[in-house]
Structures are given as structure tokens and as C-alpha cells.
Write a protein that binds this ligand. Structure first.
Ligand SMILES: NC(=O)C1=CN([C@@H]2O[C@H](COP(=O)(O)OP(=O)(O)OC[C@H]3O[C@@H](n4cnc5c(N)ncnc54)[C@H](O)[C@@H]3O)[C@@H](O)[C@H]2O)C=CC1
Length: 414
């Protein structure tokens, strides 16, 4: 238990630390990787380089500290991060390492302002926050291990099939190498893929949403090949998967995780909105809805640059023609001549809320969306303006949560 004095110190210093937030976490990562280079195998280097991880960690720690005497108020955030941690394989013994380096970073950046009293209060508070995560994550590891076909940590999967879905998206069908059972998952969840690329230091982990229904004897991920550059140095793992991984190769996978999932316990009509490769979790949801809930009306709206970048177009068209409950709309930003010739889209430009209102008529539905950040921002703010209640707005943001928080003040990030 923290003393009232410690709680008061923490609450009064959160704003001070927030001002230095990124400086502290940048220093923290320097110290962490200097002292514990093995942790480079866990953190996403691309996020580090862009400073996204720094912001994410800073936001998580400060949000927790600001609620230190009522951690239950941020339980949804704790769950979301804990799922991510379990998926990455974060272990209890890593928390003291993080704590030690975070404290050292606070001391370095604040200088004389970091009195012993302040540092001790943060040490105690960090322990409380770490314990909350450790105990939640323990439950998640147990659950992952105990479900039928489950496992903790990473398990080897064979790439059973590799299918090109669009100019930039390729699907990988994955089956356990040990031939054992496959844990089920909730539509919307993701897995982590750990790769060791020849000639590249450290192993690298990326998370990909599962893009088919849970009822199959494989997991499917559908990966966009990102083109990395100096400003956005991502793309190393997706390029490796696209260019080097072949059918028959082995990938290490952690068990499904994630809190952006289809609510299967009500029968409200569902609207699924996806942008670009953000269609992966939503495709899993559509496939599940038509398989399991044939009475629940579903509107699936996908925004893509044009038909060349549109994955699963044929699948969705066929699904809608076979299932009366499903209506599809395709929105192309810049249709090609072929798209025009074959009239393969319903609207040109972006998904706008005016247009959404015109096709849906009512806002009494459950909305799920996933896509690039500007798309998410547009959907979230548009739905709110239209009066859709928060409890009916569900979304997935796959980068460190802080990025979205910064850009869409309104979006209460997971
Ligand atoms: N589970 C998850 O959280 C996942 C998240 N993602 C995210 O989805 C993103 C998808 O990216 P790309 O395929 O590169 O998308 P993209 O750049 O191809 O864009 C797709 C579409 O989004 C729409 N869009 C873009 N800006 C918009 C705006 N301001 N207003 C309204 N609509 C807009 C446009 O219609 C565009 O054609 C990724 O960056 C990734 O972060 C992707 C997969 C899974």
C-alpha cells in the first residue's frame, strides 16, 4: 500500500514529468538498451526510431501514475497493454529492469529537482503499477496455455499457403508444425510473429491481425508490404515476409491476443469500416458473422486507394451475393480506368459521414473500424458528430496507443 504522502507526491509530479515526458523515455531507452541489450529482441525498433515507443511508454506510465490510487479506472488501458505484453512475451522479471532504468532516466533529466523523496515515491508507485500489470499478464499467460490447442510464448508454425491478395497485401496461412490443435480466438484478435532475419541483428516481433474466422484449421494473416524509408523505417519484417518467406517455411507465433473484438452477445446491426490493410480484423469479423449469426444485419464498407490495392474484393462480393444479411460498399480514393469500366466501386473519394448517413439511415448500430490514422480520426469524429454513443464505437489502432491519442484528442485510446 502506498502512503498518502507518496500518492500526493506522485500526483503533484506527474505534470512535471509529463513536460519532460519524451526526454525521460528517450533517456530511458538509451539506458535500457545499453544495460540490457537483450531487450532489443522484444521492442519494435521501427517504433523506437520514430519515437513512438517513447511516447507510448511515457503516456502509459503517466496515465497509471495519475490514477495511482484508482488504477481500476484505467482498467481498459491496462488490459489492452497487458494483451500486447503477453503477445510479445514480456515477463515479470523484466519489470524491475524497466523500473530501475526509468528511475535513472528521471534522475538524469530532472537533475536537482529529483530529490530522494520524489525518487522514492516513484519507486514505490512504479512497483504498484508493475504489480498490476504482472498479475493481469499472469492470468493471460495461464489462459493462453490452458485453452484447448493453446500455448504460452512462441510456437513454430508452417507457412501452408501464401496468397497474393492485392498489389501490396499477401496472406500467409499458418498451421502448427507440431500438428497439434489450434487455439480458437475472438474475431478481431492478432498474433505476434517473431523473425530472425539473416544478416540483421536481433530478432524482430510484429503483430498482425488474424484475417479469417476462428473456425478454420489454420491462422491467416494478411500483410501489407510497407516501404520503409528514413522517416518511417518500418517495413523490414513485412518485406522479409513478402520476399523471403515461402510456403513450407517456419514462423514463430505467439497465441492470439487483443481486446478489439466483435461483441457476439447482442444482435444489433453491425457496421464494419476499414481503410487499406486495416481490413484484416474486420474481414475476420465479417466471415464470423455470416458463419455464426445469419440473422444479424452487417454493412461492410471498405476504403482503398483503388481496385489494385483492394484485398478480398471478390471474396466479399461473393459473400454478399450468398448472404442476404450482408451489404458491401467499396469506396475508392482514385479509381483506375478499369475500376470505372467494371464499375467495381460504389463511391469515389473517401468515406464521409454524410455519405454514411445516406446509406445507413439510422445510427442505432454497432460500429467497428480500423485503418490508417487519418481514416480512424475521420471515422471517430464523424460518428461522434452523428450522435453515435461511445459504447457503440469500437476501433483498433495498431501502433503504440499514444500516437492516436495525440492526433485524435477525442479518441479514447485502448
Ligand atoms: N489491427 C490493426 O490495428 C491494424 C491496423 N492497421 C493500420 O491500418 C493502416 C492501413 O494502411 P494502408 O493500407 O497503408 O492504408 P492506405 O494508405 O492504403 O489508405 C487506405 C484508405 O484509407 C482512407 N483514408 C485515408 N485518409 C483518410 C482520411 N483523411 N479520411 C478518410 N479516409 C481516409 C482512404 O480511403 C484510403 O484509400 C496501417 O497503417 C496500419 O497502421 C492495419 C492492419 C491491422
Amino acid at each position: 500500500m502506498l502512503t498518502q504522502k507518496t500518492i500526493d507526491i506522485i500526483k503533484s509530479t506527474v505534470p512535471v514529468l509529463e513536460v519532460h515526458g519524451e526526454k525521460i523515455t528517450t533517456r530511458f531507452y538509451q539506458l535500457l538498451f545499453q544495460n540490457n541489450p537483450e531487450l532489443l529482441n522484444v521492442f519494435n525498433h521501427a517504433n523506437q526510431k520514430q519515437g513512438r515507443q517513447q511516447t507510448a511508454l511515457a503516456n502509459a506510465v503517466y496515465a497509471a501514475a495519475a490514477h495511482i490510487d484508482h488504477l481500476e479506472e484505467i482498467i481498459e488501458d491496462v488490459k489492452l497493454i497487458a494483451h500486447k505484453h503477453r503477445s510479445l512475451g514480456i515477463k515479470p522479471e523484466q519489470y524491475p529492469i524497466v523500473g530501475k532504468n526509468l528511475l535513472a532516466a528521471i534522475k538524469d533529466v530532472l537533475g536537482d529537482a529529483a530529490t530522494d523523496e520524489v525518487l522514492n515515491a516513484w519507486k514505490d508507485a512504479y512497483q504498484v503499477i508493475a504489480n498490476a500489470f504482472i498479475s493481469f499478464e499472469k492470468g493471460l499467460y495461464q489462459q493462453a496455455q490452458e485453452v484447448e490447442g493453446g500455448w504460452s510464448d512462441f510456437r513454430k508454425f508452417v507457412v501452408d499457403k501464401k496468397v497474393k491478395e492485392s498489389e501490396v497485401i499477401t496472406s500467409f496461412y499458418l498451421k502448427p508444425q507440431d500438428g497439434g490443435a489450434l487455439a480458437s480466438f475472438l474475431p478481431g484478435q492478432y498474433i505476434s510473429v517473431k523473425v530472425q532475419i539473416t544478416g540483421v541483428e536481433n530478432s524482430h516481433i510484429r503483430q498482425y491481425s488474424l484475417s479469417d474466422a476462428p473456425s478454420k484449421d489454420y491462422y491467416r494473416i494478411s500483410v501489407k508490404q510497407e516501404s520503409g524509408n528514413d522517416i518511417k523505417p518500418d517495413g523490414m519484417v513485412s518485406t522479409y515476409l513478402h520476399q523471403q518467406i515461402k510456403e513450407g517455411d517456419i514462423l514463430e507465433i505467439s497465441a492470439p491476443a487483443g481486446v478489439f473484438t466483435l461483441d457476439e452477445h447482442n444482435d444489433r446491426p453491425v457496421v464494419l469500416l476499414s481503410g487499406g490493410v486495416g481490413l484484416t480484423p474486420l474481414t475476420s469479423m465479417v466471415n464470423t458473422l455470416v458463419e455464426k449469426y445469419p440473422k444479424r444485419p452487417v454493412t461492410y464498407i471498405h476504403a482503398a486507394i483503388n481496385g489494385n490495392f483492394h484485398a478480398f474484393a471478390q471474396h466479399m462480393t461473393e459473400l454478399a451475393s450468398k448472404n442476404k444479411q450482408l451489404k458491401n460498399y467499396f469506396v475508392y480514393e482514385r479509381p483506375t480506368d478499369n475500376d470505372r469500366r467494371f464499375q467495381s466501386f460504389d463511391k469515389e473519394g473517401f468515406i464521409t459521414i454524410d455519405w454514411l448517413q445516406s446509406i445507413l439511415k439510422s445510427n442505432q448500430m454497432d460500429f467497428y473500424f480500423c485503418g490508417p490514422t487519418p481514416f480512424m480520426k475521420a471515422m471517430y469524429n464523424g460518428l461522434k458528430q452523428w450522435g453515435v454513443e461511445k459504447e457503440h464505437i469500437h476501433f483498433e489502432f495498431f501502433g503504440p496507443a499514444g500516437e492516436l491519442e495525440e492526433q485524435a484528442e477525442a479518441v479514447q485510446v485502448r
